[in-house]
Design a protein around this ligand. Structure first.
Ligand code: RFL
Ligand code: PHB
Length: 390
């Protein structure tokens, strides 16, 4: 097989790039390890920044998001049983976020790829990039007994944190920065009306909790849990009881509970791999960087990578201008590190850390007291949460 860009990974990053390139007449193939059903069963992000929404429009995939996504002008931080509102609209100079699930985004992207007869190959096994530092790179994969070779100009590694692309770059070339947090998030999706129209990030001595949503009838809740906990340890009843403990009494009192539709634990991790380019292999999204979900930055950072890479490839193919490709890694990483900083800050401020001392609690309290009393601090939070400019 021959194509211009071979994209490894059919998650939101890979599909969005595929769709954008196709619309510009740039031929590409997406190789995805899993079935479409498997990819669409993963429940992940819920908060989308406007830059991403605009990119979805540009990709002709934003119509349903515009119709069904909910515009949020703010959210709450609960501390010591009191709700404080963060007015994103006011403090970001009129910006907002959209609540629309990653699952729906991925579904919209798959549908668009189908409509345009884009090449998305599912259940591709043993995907491997080759000859990345030459002008003739290629990717091999296996479908059943058949081994297929895809010759291309560029390979894009959009295959998530556990993918093969980053691991194919020699250790001598790549520097990895990593911070693993000593806890995870237990998430529950339930067909119940959300307890609050706006998200609630709750700091509590028993651990952090988050009330989020997907629609007026679909709620998404999280509680901080020790790393050793397993999903099987948590019955629905135990989850709801723990969540109620960690919310202000007035919120807990109006929480509607029900059977969980999905329940999973995600460990919290910060990770960056530098550079994001190795010869003609370009990394994008979770393949190159991970943040703890507290700042809702992960998918949004993936979208900014795709924005830079897409424009760089269009410049290369349409105007023989390779400067965007040359500058891609540095440009993407500059924004990635800001998302790292913000996610670390939100995580540190709101979670209960095992082994922390009274001094640490005082600092958390003071961080929040400062935030709620300072327009400058609120603006800093708001501009990061709605997304820094691409
Ligand atoms: P993905 O989504 O992991 O997709 C990668 C795809 O590559 C495939 N793959 C391979 N394909 C071929 N060959 C291989 N060897 C392969 N290995 C893997 C995989 O099957 C998969 O389909 O990465 P991508 O596209 O870069 O997207 C990144 C986002 O998924 C991620 O950043 C977000 O989900 C993070 N995140 C959030 N981000 C936000 O911006 N806002 C949020 O509100 C938000 N909430 C969250 C989150 C992540 C969470 N978890 C579970 C980690 C909440 C949670 C709980
Ligand atoms: C979600 O709805 O899944 C969600 C929302 C905000 C976050 C993380 C996850 O910060």
């Amino acid at each position: 097989m021959k194509t211009q860009v071979c994209i490894i990974g059919g998650g939101p990053s890979g599909l969005l790039l595929s769709q954008l390139l196709h619309l510009q007449g740039i031929d590409n193939v997406v190789l995805e390890k899993h079935s479409r059903e498997y990819v669409l069963a993963r429940i992940r992000a819920g908060v989308i920044e406007h830059g991403f929404a605009k990119l979805m429009q540009e990709a002709q995939c934003g119509e349903r998001m515009q119709r069904e996504g909910q515009v949020h002008e703010g959210f709450f931080i609960a501390n010591a049983g009191v709700l404080h509102r963060v007015d994103l609209h006011k403090y970001s100079g009129g910006n907002t976020v959209i609540v629309y699930g990653q699952t729906e985004i991925t579904r919209d992207l798959y549908e668009a790829r189908d409509r345009m007869k884009g090449a998305v190959i599912h259940n591709a096994e043993d995907v491997r990039p080759h000859e990345m530092t030459t002008a003739t790179p290629y990717v091999t994969y296996r479908l059943g007994d058949e081994v297929v070779r895809v010759d291309c100009d560029f390979i894009v590694g959009a295959d998530g944190f556990h993918g093969v692309s980053r691991k194919s770059i020699p250790k001598t070339v790549l520097t990895e920065y990593e911070k693993v947090y000593p806890f995870g998030w237990l998430g529950v999706l339930s067909r119940t009306p959300p307890v609050s129209e706006e998200l609630i990030y709750s700091r509590h001595e028993r651990g952090f909790a988050l009330c989020s949503l997907r629609s007026p009838v679909l709620s998404r809740y999280y509680v901080q849990v020790p790393l050793a906990d397993k999903v099987e340890d948590w019955s629905d009843d135990a989850f709801w009881a723990e969540l109620k403990h960690r919310l202000p009494a007035e919120v807990a009192a109006r929480l509607v509970t029900g059977p969980s539709i999905e329940k999973s634990i995600a460990p919290l991790r910060s990770f960056v791999a530098e550079p994001m380019r190795y010869g003609n292999l370009f990394l994008a999204g979770d393949a190159a960087h991970i943040v703890p979900p507290t700042g809702a930055r992960g998918l949004n950072s993936a979208a900014s990578d795709i924005y830079y890479l897409y424009h760089a490839m269009v410049a290369y193919y349409k105007r023989s201008d390779a400067s965007g490709l040359e500058g891609y890694s540095a440009k993407a990483l500059a924004r990635v590190w800001k998302a790292q900083r913000f996610s670390w800050w939100m995580t540190t401020m709101l979670h209960t850390f095992p082994g922390s001392i009274e001094y640490d609690h005082k600092l958390q309290e003071t961080e929040l007291a400062y935030l709620f009393s300072s327009a400058a601090a609120m603006s800093s939070l708001a501009e990061n949460y709605v997304g820094l400019p691409f």
